[in-house]
Design a protein around this ligand. Structure first.
Ligand SMILES: *Cc1c(COP(=O)(O)O)cnc(C)c1O
Length: 387
């Protein structure tokens, strides 16, 4: 089976991990800070806090903005569960903004309309999480303008998008947001096994994130409630978690990170080959907004079902049968049994619903060979012609 995504591990990566294993620090050591510094520098952002996974990153990002019971967080329905769950961890409510028909990102027009309504109802969101679906940035400049007008905070879920650009600047620069989150799960652009990071330009948020990652503890005298009792002394000044990443993982991440631009260039090339191969088929290829440079975590096609005899499910099953590990990103989050009792109406999300009926994610990863890609292309042609 050709998977839809997978990691690329080099001998160099393995050496970097072994080196840390032989060192004094396998966690809470210097490699984590090196990894954070490297990511921050690349993104052109002041601070980065590495954590156990992007789900933890989203959770502490929401906590750092004091999200709590009675608050509302808005995100895209076309995302992984974690972009919504982070609000629930904080006791806040979740609402969704329908997606754009071209980019499959949260629709900025829809966001604007929904905000105007929410203002009248006095139910404005405290945080909006735009998700850079498939690695293509949302229209952050416009979202930032709306944030200023309506007074919400922005956490970019850039789990798909490290190595991508928006208006010539790296995703993660936080030029138009309070914080950005990346994931280092093996299917994402670079991996640490499990891992995630939050970037920010705000020193206060950085300090809070660092504390929340490690039990809410501090050794900072100015933050302590009592004078220090001695060199052993620390205080827990709020409730945090153990969301730390290890130096072993950071070493893998740092080593992977040396090849990030190559990884993204490979993904771009693969995307262009797919684009060309599908140009005359009854398939919609991924639209690219001129302000963005996508890291292509995913390559999603949409079937023009009115021109294909087979159904979506049949094409999907046929591709799997032929050994192509296709997938579907994503089931709209509000459809999940956990979220259903909150009373979302699928009629409010016609674009996410339409997308779910005909989208298919094809294999896309930096080490996908031309031969394997040709197999995928041939299989797609065959699958859409079955009756
Ligand atoms: C992968 C992913 C996450 C969660 O990442 P983990 O590192 O697995 O916790 C969150 N949001 C999106 C959009 C993702 O794709």
């Amino acid at each position: 089976m050709i998977p839809y995504g997978k990691q690329s591990i080099s001998e160099e990566d393995i050496r970097a991990v072994v080196e840390v294993l032989r060192s004094d620090w396998i966690t809470q050591g210097p490699t984590i800070e090196k990894f954070e510094k490297a990511i921050a520098e690349y993104c052109g952002v002041n601070y980065a806090v590495a954590v156990a996974n992007a789900t933890a990153a989203l959770h502490i990002a929401c906590m750092a903005l004091d999200l709590g019971s009675g608050d509302v967080l808005w995100t895209s329905p076309n995302t992984f569960l974690a972009s919504a769950n982070c609000a629930r961890y904080c006791g806040a409510d979740v609402d969704f903004v329908d997606i754009d028909l071209q980019t499959y990102n949260m629709s900025t027009d829809e966001l604007e309309v929904k905000l105007a309504t929410a203002k009248k109802l006095k139910k404005l969101p405290k945080i909006v999480i735009p998700v850079h679906f498939s690695g293509q940035s949302c229209e952050m400049e416009k979202i930032k303008t709306l944030a200023v007008k309506y007074g919400f905070k922005i956490v970019e879920d850039a789990s798909h998008a490290i190595g991508g650009k928006y208006l010539q600047k790296p995703v993660g620069s936080c030029k138009f947001s309070d914080m950005t989150v990346f994931s280092f799960h093996p299917v994402k652009i670079i991996t640490t096994g499990e891992g995630g990071i939050v970037t920010t330009n705000d020193k206060k948020l950085f300090e809070r994130l660092s504390r929340l990652r490690s039990h809410g503890m501090t050794r900072e005298q100015t933050l302590m409630h009592e004078p220090s009792h001695g060199p052993w002394y620390y205080e827990q000044i709020e409730l945090g978690y153990n969301y730390r990443i290890t130096d072993i993982q950071a070493a893998l991440g740092l080593s992977q990170f040396q090849r990030i631009d190559q990884f993204v260039a490979n993904r771009q090339e693969i995307a262009h080959r797919y684009d060309q191969a599908f140009s005359s088929l009854p398939i919609t290829i991924p639209f690219q907004h001129r302000d963005t440079y996508s890291s292509y975590h995913l390559y999603v096609i949409r079937l023009k079902l009115d021109r294909i005899k087979a159904s979506h499910a049949q094409v999907f099953a046929e591709l799997r049968r032929m050994g192509i590990g296709v997938n579907l990103h994503y089931i709209p989050v509000y459809r999940q049994p956990y979220y259903r009792p909150f009373g979302y109406n699928s009629k409010n999300f016609p674009n996410a619903e339409g997308y779910y009926k005909d989208a298919i994610s094809l294999p896309m990863y930096a080490s996908l060979t031309k031969e394997d890609q040709n197999r995928v292309i041939d299989a797609v042609e065959t699958a859409i012609n079955i009756k």
